[in-house]
Design a protein around this ligand. Structure first.
Ligand SMILES: [Zn+2]
Length: 315
C-alpha cells in the first residue's frame, strides 16, 4: 500500500510528521479539548520540529495542550525543551522513566553515554502502563513495551486498530537492544513485547521511524527472526548496538575524521564498555572495524579522510 493510501486509513484528527533516523516521527492528535503531540525529535532538529508543528498541517496558530513521549531516548525527547518554551505545555513521560529523567541519568538514558546531544527538560506528568487516555478524541491504551528501552510505552487505539509503536516495532525490526551480558532482561522483554503486540488487532502501525505501515504480520515475523538471531549470538547484539550508535552519531555530526575515531571509541562510554566486555581490541582496531562495517553496509562512506553518511543531510 502506498504512503498516501496508508495515511488515508488514519482518523482525520491524527497527523503524522514522518522524520528520519536522527529525529523520531512526530504524531499530532487534534481535538477541541486540546491538541496533543507524541514525541519531539532530536535536539539538532528542534527548529524544524517547531516549524512543522506551527505549519498549517500542524497546529497553525493554535496552542499545544500536552506533550507525550513514548520513551526518553534523545531522538524522541530532543525537542521537548524547545516545545515547552514555545507552547508552555506540560510534558508526560512513561512512569518507568520519570526518575531517570528527574536525576538526568545520562548513562541509563543513553545520552552522554552514547555521545548523544540533548537539552534538559522537566517531567510534569507520568504515564503508568495499562492506563487509558483520551487524546485527539480517541481512546489510547498505554501499554508497557520493554526491550529497546525497558521503560517504553506504546499507545494503542482499539477502535481504529492504530498502534503508535515508538521503537518497539518498526516495519523492518526495532530499536537496538542491549546484549544479555549488559542487561539480561532486554532480549526476553523484546520477545515478550512482540508477542504482546501480536495479540492486538492492529490495522496500522505508526512507528517511531519510517512510514506508517499495514503489513503487521510481516513486520512481526521479521522482528521475531531478528530476536532468534540475537538470542543465538550476543556478540552480534553488541556489534549491532555499536554500529547503530555510531551511525546515529555520524548523522548528528555529519563527519567524524578517521584519525579521531580511535580516541572517540576509547572515550565514549558505550564503545569503551562494550569493547572491554566483548571485543577486547585496541581502540584503533575497534574504530577500524566499525568504520569498515558501516561502509560495507552502504550507510556511510569515506571522504577526505573522514567517515560521512552515505546519504545527504538528514531532516
Ligand atoms: Zn528512536
Amino acid at each position: 500500500m502506498s504512503a498516501p493510501a496508508i495515511a488515508s486509513l488514519l482518523p482525520p484528527q491524527l497527523h503524522v510528521f514522518v522524520r528520519d533516523w536522527l529525529s523520531a516521527n512526530n504524531i499530532l492528535l487534534k481535538s477541541r479539548d486540546g491538541h496533543v503531540l507524541i514525541d519531539s525529535g532530536y535536539v539538532r532538529h528542534a527548529p524544524l520540529t517547531l516549524a512543522l508543528l506551527a505549519s498549517a498541517r500542524g497546529l497553525g496558530g493554535a496552542p499545544l495542550a500536552f506533550l507525550v513521549n513514548t520513551h526518553c531516548h534523545s531522538d524522541h525527547v530532543g525537542g521537548n525543551a524547545a516545545i515547552v518554551r514555545r507552547y508552555g505545555c506540560p510534558v508526560a513521560v512513561p512512569a518507568a522513566e520519570a526518575l531517570l529523567v528527574e536525576r538526568w541519568d545520562g548513562k541509563a538514558l543513553l545520552y552522554d553515554y552514547c555521545d548523544q546531544q540533548i537539552e534538559r527538560f522537566a517531567v510534569d506528568h507520568v504515564l503508568p502502563a495499562d492506563t487509558t487516555h483520551v487524546w485527539g478524541d480517541l481512546e489510547w491504551q498505554a501499554l508497557a513495551a520493554p526491550g529497546h528501552d525497558m521503560g517504553a510505552l506504546v499507545f494503542y487505539n482499539a477502535e481504529h486498530g492504530v498502534l503508535i509503536s515508538g521503537d518497539a516495532l518498526w516495519e523492518h525490526g526495532f530499536g537496538f537492544v542491549m546484549p544479555p551480558e549488559v542487561d539480561p532482561e532486554a532480549l526476553p522483554a523484546t520477545s515478550a513485547t512482540i508477542e504482546m503486540l501480536a495479540a492486538l488487532e492492529i490495522r496500522i502501525v505508526i512507528p517511531g521511524h519510517g512510514e506508517p505501515f499495514t503489513d503487521i504480520a510481516a513486520a512481526l515475523d521479521r522482528a521475531r527472526k531478528r530476536i532468534v538471531a540475537f538470542e543465538a549470538d550476543s556478540l552480534r547484539v553488541a556489534r549491532h548496538a555499536l554500529k547503530v550508535n555510531l551511525m546515529f552519531s555520524l548523522l548528528d555530526r555529519q563527519r567524524i575524521p578517521l584519525d579521531e575515531m580511535p580516541a572517540y571509541v576509547a572515550r565514549v562510554g558505550i564503545y569503551r564498555d562494550f569493547n572491554a566486555l566483548f571485543f577486547r581490541l585496541p581502540p584503533a582496531r575497534l574504530a577500524e572495524f566499525l568504520t569498515t562495517e558501516l561502509v560495507k553496509s552502504g550507510a556511510a562512506r569515506i571522504a577526505a579522510g573522514a567517515l560521512v553518511p552515505a546519504v545527504g543531510k538528514t531532516r
